[in-house]
Design a protein around this ligand. Structure first.
Ligand code: PFF
Length: 457
């Protein structure tokens, strides 16, 4: 029997939904991961960027629509939404497994996402109280290493970030998540525009754009193409129940197709803009962009030290990253919390704090994996790398693949047409891309990540 979900909240408008979903999409992925992945594909950055954009359009957008469709049709948390739609379409209840992978996968991501967000809070705090001043690249690296090797410091900021996250989710869908996004996203965008102009004046924007869009075809490596695809996935929050959970609070009138075009376009635009600001400063101060995952913490502080108004810039920059991370982390906590409240009738606040607790504990272990427990490796990876790898490289593509198969091949056209009210041609295009291109694309990423990457090295 379908599980009753009649008294669920709904976003206050279509724009509110667009805003919260952009909030989920734009996060550490667009700023922290994008800049180091682009920096790491030195020589074919343009290819990485173009592949990423093509994949946002060809894999991300169709999947975004499919996930929202399931959430809205199933009117429940990811587990219930899968159960309800499977029942309605005469499919096996085993499909609910997809919901389970989503709600647990999201918590896994949250455990290390919160730790990395904590780094940003740490740097924000430093900029605020004393300024981040470093004179050489070695000093910048030493400052970063000092933070990473201090479990108490990592734990403290991770704790602060988890409290921020649970605090919003505890306040509810409209009163918490929507309200927080309505404040943070416009501010985030405003700060970003400011930073981009500032970065263009103080740095070297032409060089940054040349770097980001230089399509040197002779330099295409297979790894770059597939990294671009994987990144499109992570940066659109796909396959982890977050989008499905948000879709479940969407009213029936909203046109999913049109809405998703906005979300995907705004998500990648904000990502590109922040990349342009970061690289403009990087080149303007003669730095190299290939510093790895610590790029924005090891490269930018040097620019902050020397640029005019650098300290204020740093404060705004880290505030921007924190807002971006915060609006994403709440979407990682929400799927499990909505499941707890709907399944057991637990009060939302209690469910939010109760879910945050084990995630926080796992996050503390992640903090330790950088220092005290750095010798302890599973499959050659410290806990931080293992969780990141498992969630973003294994669970996300697999569950995206299953969603494409489910909506494209199992759900039945009647339900799909009823939810996706696009004109005939647009609908056929979307449906065929979802049925053919998305599964093939994801299978390629997946094969590559599991088998080929190490092999191709
Ligand atoms: N899209 C977020 C980012 O780019 O930082 C990360 C993310 C959020 C991934 C929510 C998955 C998710 F369900």
């Amino acid at each position: 029997m379908s599980q009753a979900t009649s008294s669920r909240s709904t976003w206050s408008s279509r724009w509110a939904f667009i805003l919260v979903t952009i909030g989920s999409a734009v996060g550490l992925g667009n700023i922290w991961k994008f800049s180091y992945l682009a920096g790491a594909s030195e020589g074919s950055v343009g290819v990485f960027v173009v592949v990423y954009l093509v994949c946002v359009a060809l894999i991300g957008l169709p999947l975004l629509m499919a996930e929202i469709l399931i959430g809205r049709r199933g009117r429940g948390n990811p587990v219930v939404a899968m159960l309800n739609t499977a029942e309605e379409s005469g499919n096996s209840s085993w499909w609910a497994l997809l919901g389970w992978v989503g709600i647990f996968g999201a918590l896994m991501i949250l455990s290390f996402y919160s730790v990395v967000s904590g780094w940003m809070v740490d740097y924000f705090w430093q900029s605020l109280v004393e300024g981040v001043y470093v004179n050489t690249a070695e000093e910048a690296k030493a400052a970063y290493d000092a933070m990473i090797s201090d479990p108490l410091r990592l734990g403290l900021w991770h704790t602060v970030f988890m409290i921020l996250t649970a605090g919003v989710v505890a306040r509810g869908v409209v009163g918490g998540i929507e309200a927080a996004n309505k404040i943070m996203l416009p501010l985030l965008f405003l700060i970003l525009v400011l930073l981009t102009i500032w970065g263009a004046v103080a740095g070297d924007m032409p060089k940054a754009l040349g770097f980001m869009f230089n399509l040197k075809t002779e330099a295409i490596k297979p790894g770059v193409v597939i990294d671009g695809m994987g990144h499109a996935f992570f940066s659109l929050s796909l396959g982890m129940g977050a989008i499905m959970a948000y879709g479940s609070y969407l009213d029936k009138k909203t046109n999913i197709g049109h809405t998703c075009v906005w979300i995907a376009a705004a998500g990648s635009f904000i990502g590109l803009l922040s990349g342009a600001a970061i690289f403009s400063l990087t080149f303007g101060y003669g730095l190299t962009p290939a510093a790895g995952p610590g790029l924005i913490l090891q490269t930018l502080p040097l620019a902050f030290t020397y640029m005019p108004g650098g300290r204020l810039f740093a404060i705004f920059f880290f505030l921007f990253v924190i807002f971006a991370a915060w609006t994403s982390s709440i979407s990682l906590l929400e799927p499990f919390v909505s499941w707890l409240t709907e399944r057991y009738g637990i009060r939302r606040a209690r469910a939010a704090w109760g879910t945050a607790l084990p995630v926080w504990l796992l996050g503390l272990a992640v903090c330790l994996s950088f220092n005290k427990w750095s010798e302890f490796k599973i499959f050659g990876r410290i806990l931080f790398e293992l969780l990141d790898h498992l969630a973003t490289r294994v669970m996300m593509p697999l569950s995206g693949l299953a969603i494409a198969i489910y909506v494209g091949w199992r759900l039945g056209k009647v339900i799909v047409v009823d939810e996706i009210r696009l004109k005939q041609r647009a609908f056929t295009l979307w449906f065929n891309v979802l049925r053919f291109i998305v599964p093939v694309g994801i299978t390629l990423i997946f094969l590559y990540e599991l088998v080929l990457r190490d092999w191709l090295k």
